[in-house]
Design a protein around this ligand. Structure first.
Ligand code: SAH
Ligand code: SF4
Ligand code: F3S
Length: 472
């Protein structure tokens, strides 16, 4: 790894102070224009939890500029889409949504439309927006989040469209305001970007190089979350196992121990773990830390060594299985989940069957399964891809039905057992929440329990849907 890869790009605190001044200036322009009445923003996030967490910071800025939030797009004075480029489907949904804004803007010409996030980092995308979607006011990429106030102010003052997209290895900006979506569940980014360049994946191109937040910042944010009543903290990064890699600073395993030592009744989750960098030390730390959920999301992508090699994943099936075996040795009840790509270019049906045998062998609690989607600019996009979409669809269904059987057997085993569940939602007398292993259970209870841990005994398992009752 080059020195360049290790360098941190910290945004000076003065720059963030300056952005606060821009926020005040943008607010006074809006107040003068719209009176002191409520200004409403509609913010929608596509993609992963990293994007959700970014949106919480973008909403922090919008709140400072004087916006409140609405779920009703028709009433919005500002619409912001934080976009995702991971698969064609995500891409198409964004264009569909942006197209649907045209009549809204015609009805309300003062509406400000903002597009940001991973998709905007792609030149062919922002060029298309520039050319064919003239009603979009502001476009910025993933490296400009900390400058939202300045960019919005520019739009307001000039009345012109603003495009702010550029390539860089990436920054770390601390000190941004955060408007969190919930009180008892919190996203906590520990690193940004990715260096792995898996051959199918767009993330390294749109998010820049891997960089870790300082552990003091992460710990301070964790303490703040816990003090404000958060019960479930998820540490976020594309490859959390390589947190602070290449420096003498705290490793991910140490970070887990430090957060675990903070006083309070909460649980710690993390994602995503990359098998290439997952170590026995980390699994030991998970086992030792009582607040760390015994759940490991460890994407394998494929069970075939040739395909894993072509994907540039940096591990073999054997190494993957040895991690699983060790995890089960030190945490016998651990719940395992994974991501799988079906139909990588050149994958044969025999090779796909190795993925099927891997999932049988491991017995995952659940899987996120995707059909390979070519992303412009990635290595895999130029590989020969002879298998038809229809054929890949068949393999995909074979995989999901195999997983349904596995999950349903696992659910049967949970019958009669009692689990600690964080009640997350309430609807018509029924609470639902997740176990430490991230399994959803529905159970009758009072709305006042939302946000608290309940002991729930599993009383019924229909396929992979569990229901239960509070046991005390
Ligand atoms: N950093 C994580 C993954 C983040 S992307 C990791 O390495 O595990 C989430 C998932 O999207 C990936 O695990 C992969 O299964 C899927 N994915 C990424 N690019 C894809 C593509 N081009 N086509 C289909 N699925 C893809
Ligand atoms: Fe994409 Fe691979 Fe990085 Fe995950 S580790 S974000 S799959 S390049
Ligand atoms: Fe999508 Fe960007 Fe996340 S491409 S999956 S939103 S890092």
């Amino acid at each position: 790894m080059s020195l360049q890869d290790l360098r941190r790009f910290d945004v000076p605190f003065d720059d963030i102070k300056k952005q606060r001044e821009y926020a005040a200036m943008a607010k006074s322009v809006l107040d003068a224009r719209m009176g002191n009445g409520k200004k409403l923003a509609y913010v929608h996030t596509f993609g992963c939890q990293g994007n959700v967490s970014d949106s919480e910071r973008l909403k922090g800025w919008l709140r400072l500029i004087g916006y409140s939030f609405t779920e009703d797009i028709e009433r919005a004075d500002l619409v912001l889409y934080n976009t995702c480029a991971i698969r064609e489907h995500a891409h198409d949904r964004v264009f569909g949504n942006v197209g649907a804004l045209k009549p809204l803007k015609a009805k309300n010409p003062d509406m400000i439309i903002v597009l940001c996030g991973c998709m905007m980092q792609q030149e062919h995308v922002w060029q298309k927006i520039k050319k064919s979607y003239p009603y979009v006011n502001l476009v910025f990429g993933t490296h400009s989040h900390h400058r939202l106030p300045e960019l919005l102010y520019k739009v307001l003052r000039s009345g012109k469209r603003v495009f702010d997209v550029f390539d860089t290895e990436g920054y770390i900006a601390e000190g941004m305001p955060v408007s969190r979506d919930g009180t008892f569940k919190g996203w906590l980014p520990i690193m940004y970007g990715c260096n792995n360049f898996c051959s199918y994946c767009i993330v390294p191109y749109v998010r820049g190089r891997e960089r870790s937040r300082k552990s003091e910042e992460v710990l301070a944010e964790a303490r703040g979350l816990i003090a404000s009543g958060c019960k479930d903290i998820t540490l976020l990064g594309q490859n959390v196992n390589s947190y602070n890699r290449g420096s003498d600073e705290m490793s991910f395993a140490q970070l887990l121990r430090e957060i675990n030592a903070i006083e309070g009744d909460f649980r710690i989750r993390f994602m995503t773990s990359h098998p290439k960098d997952c170590t026995f030390e980390l699994l030991d730390a998970m086992a030792e830390c009582e607040k760390v959920s015994k759940h490991l999301h460890l994407p394998c992508q494929s069970g075939n060594d040739r395909v894993l090699g072509e994907m540039n994943r940096g591990y073999t099936r054997e190494k993957y299985l040895s991690l699983i075996a060790y995890a089960r040795k030190v945490m016998p009840d651990i719940s395992l989940t994974s991501d799988i790509i079906v139909g990588f270019p050149g994958e044969t049906y025999e090779e796909f069957r190795d993925t099927l045998s891997l999932i049988e062998e491991v017995g995952f609690t659940s899987l996120y399964t995707f059909i390979y989607s070519p992303r412009e600019g990635t290595k895999a996009a130029s590989m020969p891809d002879p298998v038809s979409r229809e054929e890949k669809g068949k393999w995909f269904r074979e995989l999901t039905s195999a997983q349904e059987n596995i999950a349903s057997k696992r659910c049967q085993k949970m019958l009669g057992e009692t689990y600690r569940v964080l009640a997350e939602e309430y609807k018509g007398g029924i609470l639902s929440g997740r176990t430490d292993g991230s399994v959803m259970i529905d159970f009758p209870g009072d709305e006042s329990l939302v946000g608290s841990f309940c002991q729930v005994k599993v009383t019924a398992a229909r396929n992979w849907i569990l229901s239960g009752e509070i046991s005390r």
